[in-house]
Design a protein around this ligand. Structure first.
Ligand code: ZN
Length: 440
């Protein structure tokens, strides 16, 4: 068997050490950091990722033109609060970094509640939660607080401080490249620009780090490229700087929102029938646990950029609850309790299965195509009528022999036979071991 992930047991072994506690620990470690699309919080996050996997860090100066966009000024924040007339902090950035609208320009002023209110953001339908708001491309300032906190503010004069800077600097992103036997690449893209939000942001980072650690220990046919980037501007910048080598990307996944309780949800690439779309759809169908597969839409995460018409890369997006479709989305309720170790671990194992399928999706030729070879004399067919697993194994061998005409890939055969990937893959291994198949 020449499959590069040496056998199914390799992946099982890689996935058998429960990575859930490690992933949740990383989520907890990164949770307090105030990240944004630029700045020291993003750098600190990438530094912590770089303690675990080999990273190339890139700094792109503010003002750099990337297609129709330009890299924004760098934003950093030290402190922020609103004090009431008694000098008490009624909103405090140090208690939650969500309290400040991300990319707020500096403010140091006194004002009435009426003047302050247009700068206050709440979620009236969830009166205890703090919303997450940004203003990257329009200079503005604001605070986010719970509706209950807002309702408790009396009329009076308030002292408002945002100790931030918005200056020329750079935007940071990172790549982890695991070279394979070929230059064919699998791209895994993960946004890391959100502050204290766990499912949307930190779950993807945690799963990505564990995947890179696991893949680094496995033989690889493909080269794996992990991108840890700020959303939108990060992927646009990366694509712009790597436009000449995009053809190496054979498959790709955007990973986000993988820690909540929902079943998996996969959004297909713009192509709709790319190998990654078919493989993920097949494996989700086999799981049979309520997972959903959606057609591409130009809204969501960075797949929007990879799937823009000039590039149309085979990149899909794997989530549990999709972008914007869970109540906790972009609020303080997307917290450490919302993401679960088991959910992260299952996402990790599922991604490894996807990679395993992509690694082993070869095409074979039946070396005995004139009628069926006699499987019984090779110990590949039952002596007495079989059932259950034995019958599945035999049926998979017959499908594999029949469709291995040098034109059908393992994926084609899995889809056509409606048999599980592992059954077809094992059949290929058995038949090859007995000299009945060769890889083309
Ligand atoms: Zn988000």
């Amino acid at each position: 068997m020449t499959a590069v992930f040496a056998s199914n047991s390799t992946v099982v072994a890689a996935g058998s050490v429960n990575p859930g506690p490690h992933m949740h620990a990383l989520v907890r470690e990164l949770y307090p950091i105030c990240r944004s699309i630029t700045g020291n919080g993003l750098r600190e996050t990438l530094r912590k990722i770089g303690e675990r996997i080999p990273l190339q860090i890139h700094e792109v100066p503010s003002g750099t033109q990337v297609f129709d966009w330009s890299v924004p000024k760098e934003w950093n924040i030290q402190d922020a609060y609103i004090k009431n007339s008694l000098g008490q902090k009624v909103v405090d950035f140090r208690k939650s970094n969500l309290h400040v609208m991300n990319y707020s320009v500096p403010v140091n002023s006194k004002m009435s509640l009426r003047e302050l209110k247009p700068h206050l953001h709440t979620l009236p339908q969830h009166p205890e939660w703090i919303p997450y708001r940004t203003s990257y491309y329009h200079e503005n300032w604001g605070f986010c607080l719970s509706q209950q906190e807002l309702d408790g503010l009396p009329e009076g004069e308030y002292e408002v401080l945002i100790d931030s800077t918005l200056e020329n600097g750079s935007m940071t992103y990172a790549e982890c490249v695991l070279e394979g036997q070929t230059h064919d690449e699998i791209l895994i893209s993960i946004h890391c620009c959100h502050p204290s939000l766990c499912n949307d942001n930190l779950s993807g980072i945690a799963v990505g780090v564990s995947l890179a650690q696991a893949l680094a220990r496995l033989p690889r046919r493909h080269t794996y490229r992990f991108l840890f980037i700020p959303g939108t501007i990060g992927s646009i910048t990366w694509i712009c700087r790597n436009e000449d080598s995009l053809s190496r990307i054979k498959h790709g996944l955007v990973l986000a929102c993988l820690g909540d309780r929902a079943a998996f949800s996969y959004k297909k690439s713009r192509r709709g029938n790319a190998e990654i779309d078919r493989v993920v759809t097949q494996l989700l169908t086999e799981k049979d646990d309520g997972a959903s597969v959606r057609e591409f839409s130009p809204y969501g995460y960075d797949e929007r950029q990879y799937c823009s018409p000039a590039f149309n890369l085979p990149v899909g997006c794997l989530n549990r609850s999709p972008h914007g479709e869970f109540p906790e989305y972009h609020s303080s309720a997307d917290n450490l309790e919302f993401v679960r170790e088991e959910a992260l671990a299952e996402a990790f194992r599922f991604c490894l299965e996807v990679f395993e399928f992509l690694e082993s999706n070869r095409t074979y030729r039946n070396l005995n195509p004139k009628c069926e070879p006699q499987l019984g004399k090779r110990g590949l067919y039952r002596e007495v009528g079989g059932h259950g697993d034995a019958q599945t194994r035999e049926l998979a061998r017959l499908w594999m022999l029949n469709l291995s005409d040098g034109k059908h890939s393992l994926l084609d055969i899995v889809e056509r036979s409606k048999m599980p990937f592992n059954a077809i893959r094992s059949a290929a291994a058995d038949l090859q071991r007995h000299g009945l198949l060769e890889s083309v």
